[in-house]
Design a protein around this ligand. Structure first.
Ligand code: 13P
Ligand code: SF4
Length: 317
């Protein structure tokens, strides 16, 4: 279904061309940690979903090249409508966003009329527009805790994140049944094998993982939180339960430590996000040349989707 490709080793002429185009276009290149190494190395800023949305809201560049997936570039456009926002491959979607269609979600909301709606940023603008508050994996617990205790909450679209947040915050949440195709495919058997082989290594996990894996983790957090933990923790090695793109920054930050990516079920490499990995250096260069594909949004939808994002940014200052 997906043609996930990896760029060959970056050519010097291409790296120079991208730098030249970035200057000509007055562009900023933002990249999520799940992008391939060559894209991370060329980006102006690398971050998790919250940091990238803050950056998109505050940049003075005229063009934002968003090396991530569609909902991230769309969030950048919602926050910075006057800027051109391009995504190297428009097909870079997200299984969580796809698992939550606007009409089905409207029906779900209608069945729970008294609930406040908190949506994970991994959803479409149409879902954000139906939400009271957006969260990311780094602030989800705080966003839930910002809602008065007697107020019931709908949480969408990631049930694994929702279950973890519910335990952390001590709050019952009504969950939309979505999940991430990457974080639900880690092999527990392979994880246990890595733990046995490296008993001193800490297990660090993204909260999109299933509960039976989170139960084995020493530390749980967003991609940036995992990266920070790998630097501040005294452990000499880390078994990492999230998309392996983050290992590039971990190895750069602390080259003296060992990092082990947990494989998917049956030893497959399906823990690389097939959506994120659609972006390549060639497509990045191409979109800087043409300023396409650009994200376009209906203005009234944008304004509705903006409100819960701004509320999140306000609450997580
Ligand atoms: P964070 O960037 O919040 O860690 O989320 C990871 C993710 O799955 C993005 O799609
Ligand atoms: Fe979506 Fe999962 Fe890929 Fe993140 S890793 S973009 S949640 S499919």
């Amino acid at each position: 279904m997906f043609a996930a490709t990896q760029s060959a080793a970056p050519r010097l002429d291409q790296v120079e061309r991208i730098a030249q185009l970035r200057q000509q276009r007055r562009a900023v290149i933002l990249a999520h940690y799940y992008q391939e190494d060559a894209i991370q190395d060329i980006a102006d800023f690398i971050g998790d979903s919250l940091e990238l949305s803050r950056k998109a809201a505050n940049t003075d560049a005229e063009v934002i090249v968003f090396c991530g997936v569609h909902f991230m570039a769309e969030t950048a456009k919602i926050l910075s409508p006057q800027k051109t926002v391009v995504l190297p491959d428009l097909n870079a979607g997200c299984s969580l966003a796809d698992a939550c269609p606007a009409d089905g979600f409207a029906q779900f909301k209608a069945e729970h009329p008294d609930h406040v709606v908190i949506s994970y940023i991994n959803c479409s603008a149409a879902i954000k527009a139906q939400s009271d508050l957006i969260c990311t994996s780094s602030n989800a617990v705080a966003m839930v805790q910002s809602v008065p205790n007697d107020q019931p909450i709908l949480f969408a679209p990631d049930q694994n994140l929702g279950r973890w947040v519910s335990r952390q915050a001590g709050r019952e949440l009504t969950l939309w049944p979505g999940s991430c195709i990457v974080h639900e495919t880690f092999s527990e058997e392979a994880l246990l094998g890595l733990k046995a082989a490296h008993p001193d290594a800490a297990v660090i996990a993204h909260p999109e993982c299933e509960q039976h894996l989170l139960d084995l983790a020493d530390f749980i957090g967003s991609t940036s939180m995992l990266l920070n933990y790998s630097q501040s923790s005294e452990a000499s090695g880390f078994i990492v339960l999230t998309e392996p793109g983050i290992l590039h920054q971990m190895r750069k930050a602390v080259p003296s430590k060992e990092f082990y990516a947990v494989p998917g079920l049956d030893g497959c490499s399906c823990n690389a996000c097939p959506h994120m990995r659609l972006n390549t250096l060639d497509k990045l260069e191409q979109c800087l040349e043409t300023l396409e594909p650009a994200i376009e949004l209906n203005e009234s939808l944008r304004l509705q989707a903006l409100k819960p994002i701004e509320r999140m940014l306000e609450l997580s200052r």
